[in-house]
Design a protein around this ligand. Structure first.
Ligand code: SAM
Ligand code: SF4
Length: 355
């Protein structure tokens, strides 16, 4: 298996459109050709991970990026600073597993100091969160998403394929609550035969715990076609099963609700969200871009379009024209098809782009 390595401008000759874009400035923020305003960047700080979730990363891992290919914290900060000047407001740190990268709170502090960035969040598998939650909060992380695909230890072992992780994940979640993270969103990727019989259990938790449990439909990538085709569960099915317990009411959901639609049991402490990339496309509301660990700016999670920001940055070039160009080529929608890698644009695992 090879790491996806895409031409910058597939099917085209040299790009001549990199130049000054008169439309982008502090007063004319990032709006793509389909009228979508981009104010959210997901920043992957590493392609490595301490878990091997069956739908995400092959058991043997991937051909990892070399250290010199990976953006330094200073380089990430510079890219975010440039984008904050044209309307970027929110940054989510992700990976791979972001907490395996050393001194992550240092990056958080650097990003928190950028004028215009008013929301910093983190996506983590929580294995290392127990020891880092407080430092991350102090550094400036406002909101936390934790991936947890089962409430049963032996199943987490089977899904995440790193036995012994479950107690550490639970300790991480407790530490996040103690540190005062609110909201805490718990992401559950639905997997037929491995956790679909826990949909009701996850939903019931929200009655007492202020968690926002979000069920996610599995997306196909080059590395998970068997799992994503054979073990796919739709969020419509999940909602129907939860409604069989008690009727749900639609709610707005916590801040930063992105593509999720939210519901709640009457009087519940938390909410239930669904993220439906396969069954109900939400690309028309897309407000984001992604920065990979090696400095590719991706206007869509899937597809073959990305712009190398790292090399121009290291060459001392202005970044704004490259960002502007990436905005201009943001695709209208993804073209994922269940059981096929065709729409994923060469992506082997979501860990390569931050999910
Ligand atoms: N390691 C961190 C974590 O697991 O939260 C951050 C990176 S992970 C790639 C980000 C999110 O993508 C997680 O919620 C994970 O469950 C989700 N994810 C990974 N592969 C997926 C897939 N094929 N379909 C749907 N969600 C996926
Ligand atoms: Fe690692 Fe997150 Fe992918 Fe699981 S989903 S393998 S924790 S990057």
């Amino acid at each position: 298996m090879t790491r996806f390595d895409l031409p910058k401008y597939p099917g085209e000759g040299p790009d001549t459109s990199v130049g000054v874009d008169p439309a982008l400035s502090a007063d004319r923020p990032m709006i793509d050709p389909f009228g979508r305003r981009v104010e959210y960047l997901r920043v992957s700080v590493t392609d490595k991970c301490n878990l091997r979730c069956v739908y995400c990363m092959p058991l043997d891992g991937l051909p990892w990026l070399k250290r010199e290919q990976i953006l330094t914290y200073e380089e990430i900060t510079e890219i975010v600073r440039v984008m904050a000047g044209i309307g970027l407001k929110r940054v989510r740190i992700t990976g791979g597993e972001p907490l395996v990268r050393r001194d992550l709170p240092d990056l958080v502090k650097m990003l928190a100091a950028i004028p215009g960035i008013d929301d910093l969040s983190l996506s983590t598998n929580a294995v290392l969160l127990d020891e880092q939650a407080e430092a991350l909060k102090d550094a400036g992380i406002h909101r936390m998403n934790v991936s947890l695909d089962s409430l049963r230890e032996e199943r987490v072992d089977a899904i995440a394929r790193r036995p012994g992780s479950f107690p550490r994940i639970m300790a991480g979640l407790d530490a996040a609550e103690r540190a005062g993270f609110d909201p805490i969103k718990v992401n559950v990727v639905l997997i037929r035969g491995q956790n679909d019989d826990e949909i009701e259990d996850f939903a019931r938790i929200t009655r007492d715990r202020p968690w926002h449990v979000r069920f996610i439909e599995m997306m196909p990538t080059g590395g998970n076609l068997d799992v994503s085709a054979e073990q796919f569960v739709s969020c419509d099915e999940a909602l129907a099963r939860i409604e069989a317990i008690e009727a749900l009411e639609p709610v707005t959901g916590p801040f930063g609700n992105g593509p999720a639609r939210y519901f709640r049991f009457p009087e519940a402490a938390g909410t239930i969200g669904v993220i439906t990339p396969m069954s109900h496309n939400y690309c028309d509301r897309c407000n984001r871009m992604r920065l990979t660990a090696d400095g590719q700016l991706r206007p869509c999670l899937f597809g073959e379009v990305q712009t190398n920001l790292r090399d121009p940055l290291r060459a001392g070039e202005e970044l704004l024209p490259h960002v502007a160009r990436t905005l201009r080529i943001k695709p209208e929608r993804h073209h994922l098809v269940k059981g096929s890698a065709a729409g994923s644009g060469g992506l082997v695992a979501l860990s390569q782009t931050g999910g």
